[in-house]
Design a protein around this ligand. Structure first.
Ligand SMILES: Cc1ncc(COP(=O)(O)O)c(C=O)c1O
Length: 402
């Protein structure tokens, strides 16, 4: 998107504002499906947690994707957005058994990552097809919070517990139709991915009735020009070849599934915020914006560095700024970074604001969550209204304390 389009959206819808470019989402989806075009059957399940606005879900439905969900509420959002239940996979971790039952009754694909839950579910619902989430014990991912396939992780059933899995499957007579893994986000080295894939192939050989192998996600996207990213095209070539060979060996048609979030929506998102104050101290020039980690927590939580552009002044002299929010604790988006000269009232644009940005926002400091706009066919469609004071009071019970 061009700075002038973003600027006009900020002036039409106010700030702070999230903007998502539908064309970029579609082109990332096409890039992924093209990279795996040599695979007989491919399924892309968009990870709803990355960005869950129903307009975005509808866009993915239009593109032909399925959904990856982690809570019953995400399942319900997917159904609300018009997805057939069989296009939704539900991969919970640590939820109640009742929630898993509810998802099963809604008809979505259940993915289980715990031996006791597997046993309980198999005993109760032996006819419901189940996918098993394996923990391959591979350390991969950009940050410890998002590296989830290692030995100390709470996710998945350890690959070393395969004999237990097989005993449960045999005793309950349950039907296993898929095997899944997700090692972490921001994986740079595709060799790590291919190594983990071999573990999944080995695990798959234990089951005769599989319909799909789900390789999770973890594709790294660039955050600035020249940044390293997962080479999707190379991964597509190598993994498709290996998958096709495995399918022959296995002797049954299989679908190759992925569940990306970041790869599909990160670069499509822009976060726009207005500079309230420019504050010169003895050491630093702060640009203080009308937002904070309540709206965009990734820099404080994961140390992510979002490229920040002054879209009100794209040609001025560059200066060093520390960009901060208005939250009453340390709330830094970027330290001493070069930005075209900033004046109070300018609009700053944070790139890569599609994934895990709005979906992780909160009302901390009793601030309203921002509006969201979908840039679709050259027009800005409002897909979520900015919150109001009524939203802050909603669900609060005003008791009399006499
Ligand atoms: C099980 C699972 N699948 C998919 C994803 C999406 O990962 P990414 O956004 O890196 O593509 C996640 C991210 O947390 C996940 O936990």
């Amino acid at each position: 998107m061009q700075p002038k389009d973003l600027l006009s959206l900020a002036s039409a819808f106010g700030s702070p504002l999230y903007v998502y470019d539908a064309e970029k989402i579609a082109s990332q989806y096409a890039r992924l499906t093209d990279a795996f075009s040599k695979t007989g059957s491919l399924r892309i399940n968009y990870a709803v947690k990355a960005l869950s606005n129903i307009a975005i879900l509808k866009l993915f439905r239009k593109l032909g994707a399925g959904l990856d969900t982690v809570s019953i509420q995400e399942v319900q959002l997917g159904l609300h957005a018009g997805f057939e239940p069989n296009k939704i996979i539900y991969t919970p971790n640590g939820v109640s058994f009742e929630e898993i039952e509810e998802a099963a009754h809604l008809g979505v694909q259940i993915n289980i990552d715990n031996l006791s839950v597997l046993e309980h579910f198999g005993a109760r619902y032996p006819k419901v097809p189940v996918c098993i989430r394996i923990n391959p014990h591979v350390m991969a991912g950009g940050n410890s919070n998002i590296s989830v396939g290692h030995i100390d992780s709470k996710f998945g059933i350890s690959i070393h517990q395969m004999p237990h899995i097989l005993r449960i499957v045999e005793n309950t007579g349950m039907h296993i139709n898929g095997i899944h893994m997700h090692t972490g986000s921001d994986i740079l080295d595709i060799e790590v991915f291919l190594y983990a894939a071999e573990i999944l192939f080995d695990a798959a050989k234990h089951f005769a009735t599989l319909d799909f192998l789900d390789f999770g996600s973890g594709f790294k996207v660039p955050y600035k020009k020249g940044d390293i990213q997962t080479d999707i095209e190379e991964l597509g070539r190598k993994l498709s070849k290996r998958f096709n060979a495995f399918e022959k060996e296995y002797g049954r048609k299989l679908t190759l599934a992925f569940e990306p979030g970041k790869f599909l929506v990160s670069e499509a998102g822009y976060f726009l915020a207005k500079v309230n104050v420019v504050k010169q101290t003895t050491s630093t020039v702060f640009a203080g914006i009308d937002s904070g980690f309540n709206h965009l927590i990734r820099p404080m939580l994961y140390g992510s560095q979002h490229y920040i552009e002054n879209i009100s002044n794209t040609k001025g002299k560059e200066r060093f700024y520390t960009v901060v929010g208005y939250i009453c604790e340390t709330d830094t988006f970027a330290n001493n970074c070069r930005i075209h000269e900033i004046s109070e009232g300018n609009i700053l644009c944070f790139h890569n604001a599609g994934a895990y940005c709005f979906s992780m926002s909160s009302n901390y400091n009793s601030r309203f969550r921002p509006a969201e706009v979908l840039w679709y066919n050259g027009k800005g469609l409002l897909i979520r209204e900015r919150e109001t004071f009524d939203d802050l009071l909603k669900n609060q019970v005003d008791v009399a304390l006499d």
